[in-house]
Design a protein around this ligand. Structure first.
Ligand code: ASP
Length: 331
């Protein structure tokens, strides 16, 4: 009987699976993984299933649902699942899937590459190996593996457009690192499971991510309200400030009065927003906005999209943002 772990590779497209076409790189089918999988079969029993063949710029919430469903339906009978994905929006997908699959009872590891697998110098083989090692390591949760580092999916941000060290774990230590000692897992950085696993894919696409700029017109908030948005994530300045000298506060108050959920994060990548420090943040808190604290914009967006999609009311959404569901926030 085989002692090898049985790992499922779900493919979705991205550079890792791409071939040069007439107008640039285009994802091809899962056949491109064959040569690499033959090598990895020395260590694992591998099944490959193709979910889609998309550049991740073309991945939308409907595809997040398909990916979460694919993981859910396939999770029994495997020791772990690797999901190959384009790097450009992988942080969003890994976050959204984290919320859609609370208490997931199998290791799920997203990965991709900056150079296609068919390129002799591709970073894909290395990234796949790290992802397979993490998927076989027995720690349940949604992770992202890249450049010999493993992080929580809900903390991953793409920080480089072309460099091989494309992803960082923001405001949280890495879950695992590869060194000459092998894969070293930091047990403190594993997600804490609080209940039964579930598939909850309902999600709203009526959430807008707004980056404040000096002098931005407050009319943008009224426009978003008129467009029917149900949630706005504001990337505010520094610790979470907004220009309070103009009409901005009044416009945000109108949004809140209309029942729109407003979450405030920082446009700084590192450290936590804290609206209680400066007057320009306290004024926002007094209005009743939700603090995004140290969440990435990807996690704040997808958590709000998911919370609204789940049919929660404003108070329930505020309560949810005060909770750490899967390692996405420090509360
Ligand atoms: N455009 C590609 C994608 O996100 C980039 C990559 O995979 O690295 O699908």
């Amino acid at each position: 009987m085989s002692q090898k772990k049985h790992i499922l590779l779900l493919t979705t497209g991205g550079t890792i699976a791409s071939m040069p076409g007439g107008d640039g790189l285009q994802p091809s089918d899962s056949g491109v993984f064959q040569r690499e999988m033959e090598q990895l079969r020395t260590y694992y029993d591998i099944t490959v299933r193709e979910l889609m063949t998309l550049d991740s710029s073309n991945i939308r919430p409907a595809e997040w649902q398909l990916i979460a469903q694919g993981i859910w339906e396939n999770r029994q009978g495997f020791d772990g699942i690797v999901v190959s994905h384009g790097t450009d929006t992988m942080g969003y997908t890994a976050s959204a899937v984290t919320f859609m699959l609370p208490n997931i009872d199998i290791p799920v590891v997203f990965t991709g590459s900056q150079l296609p697998l068919i390129d002799m110098l591709s970073d894909g083989p290395d990234n796949l190996r790290t992802a397979f090692a993490m998927a076989a390591a027995g720690h349940n949760g949604i992770f992202l593996a890249f450049d010999r580092k493993v992080m929580l999916g809900c903390r991953a941000v793409k920080v480089r457009a072309s460099g091989f060290s494309a992803f960082e774990s923001i405001n949280a230590r890495y879950t695992a690192l590869v060194s000459n000692a092998g894969l070293s897992v930091d047990e403190m950085m594993l997600p804490v499971h609080t209940g039964q696993p579930a598939l909850r894919t309902d999600i709203s696409d009526e959430v807008f991510l707004l980056k404040l700029t000096p002098g931005i017109s407050p009319k943008i908030f009224d426009a978003l309200m008129e467009m029917g948005y149900k949630g706005i994530v504001i990337e505010a300045f520094g610790l979470g400030g907004i220009n309070i000298l103009g009409e901005g506060l009044g416009a945000i108050r109108r949004c809140l009065d209309k029942g729109i959920n407003v979450v405030v994060t920082s446009q700084c990548l590192y450290d936590s927003a804290n609206l209680g420090v400066y007057q320009v943040g306290v004024k926002l808190l007094e209005l009743g906005v939700i603090q995004g604290r140290d969440m990435t914009s990807e996690a704040a967006m997808t958590k709000l999209m998911w919370a609204i999609g789940q049919g929660l009311d404003n108070q329930q959404i505020a309560d949810l943002f005060a909770q750490n569901l899967a390692g996405e926030v420090t509360v």
